[in-house]
Design a protein around this ligand. Structure first.
Ligand SMILES: [Zn+2]
Ligand SMILES: [Zn+2]
Length: 237
């Protein structure tokens, strides 16, 4: 019951939540606000704690993430108390697995690829994982430095250029790579084969083959020497 929590317990819990998520001036302001919050939420302290955990993350576990941005009723809170870490983890995972982010030139990740990525990052965005704020994650192909499926929030995926615009019909049907992309790739790969480091007989290679829908974009092109490129073609068949 909500009434069984003492004012001190609730205040201490809020302090722990704020301290794990905020710092500096922001933290100070949040700590100062605790007495006011306790008054405003009089009789609904469990809801206040839950709201804070949703907004700032739980202080001691890895799954302070939840797609639920609203207060629960006291009854619902009772129901999830005690198992709430597991509950929130489950909610976040189901939400991540149901989001579908298609990227041009890629197959949709298999469930096993998603599962591996989820386990590796423990459900957190691979980029901003240090933050305890709520983020909604989903799965993206990251090409550089290695082709892999990563767990990331939309904002970070966009920041790292994982969100690609759909290629136009002419780009899709053309094998030609623009001079701009060639220059960028050349600089990124430092004028060397990305497999063996050779700087002779270099070619621009589609990481996802053009025939399989790979785009003529910076992220899908790499430098390979002729030998490595042949070897790759032989393997793909
Ligand atoms: Zn992120
Ligand atoms: Zn090579």
């Amino acid at each position: 019951m909500a009434g069984e929590q003492t004012r001190e317990e609730v205040a201490a819990r809020l302090e722990a939540i704020f301290s794990s998520a905020l710092e500096g001036e922001e933290l100070e302001q949040a700590l100062i606000s605790i007495p006011k919050r306790l008054e405003k939420f009089a009789g609904k302290w469990l809801a206040l704690i839950h709201w804070s955990e949703v907004k700032y993350g739980k202080p001691e576990d890895d799954f302070g993430l939840t797609p639920v941005g609203q207060l629960r009723s006291e009854k619902e809170l009772e129901a999830i108390r005690g198992t709430s870490n597991e509950f929130l983890a489950k909610e976040a995972k189901i939400a991540a697995f149901s989001r579908r982010n298609y990227q041009s030139g890629h197959n949709y990740p298999t469930n096993q690829q998603k599962e591996n990525s989820w386990q590796k990052e423990r459900g957190r965005c691979v980029y901003c994982r240090k933050r305890r704020f709520q983020v909604e994650t989903s799965f993206w192909w990251r090409i550089f430095p290695n082709l892999e499926v990563v767990t990331a929030c939309d904002a970070c995926a966009e920041d790292d250029g994982l969100v690609e615009e759909e290629p136009s019909e002419s780009q899709r049907s053309s094998r030609s790579i623009s001079q701009e992309v060639r220059d960028e790739v050349w600089n990124r790969d430092k004028g060397k084969c990305t497999e063996c480091g050779s700087n002779e007989n270099l070619e621009f290679d589609h990481i996802i083959p053009h025939a399989k829908g790979g785009a003529n974009t910076y992220r899908n092109i790499q430098l390979l020497c002729q030998d490595c490129n042949r070897r790759k073609s032989d393997n793909i068949g």
